[in-house]
Design a protein around this ligand. Sequence first.
Ligand SMILES: [Cu+2]
Length: 144
Amino acid sequence: MKASASLIIALVSTGLLASCTKPAVTIDNAWIRTPPPGMSMTAAYLTLHNKTAETITLVGATSEAFEQVTIHESRVVDGISEMIRLRSLSIAAGERLVFQPGGLHLMMTKPKQAVARGDNTTITLQLADQTRVPASAVVSDQAP
Ligand SMILES: [Cu+2]
């Protein structure tokens, strides 16, 4: 009886340890620009905060509402605005990565369902270590 009680305590402790070692990566202010009428693509923005003690690497994202999500960066080269696709992005311990209009954004293409202003839909970021970080994003005409 005593032995089985110890075993249970040991298992509970292990579970707690496992959840404590899971890195804290948070997402704030996630929003998706209201797609213009007739357009099948739009962009999403958010702030990713790496609260862990290690560098993390963002490798992709998925969405409830769009089949394809890619990491893009808008840049102005010789006066011409262009977008490049990024395969991954590293965020140092304690750092924030801000996705905002005119810079980093998530390109949302191939809608699975219609999205309208005011809707909330989940975007999930994927890290290189297999961690998934979900966030609720509001569909809006401007940053919330
Ligand atoms: Cu883009």
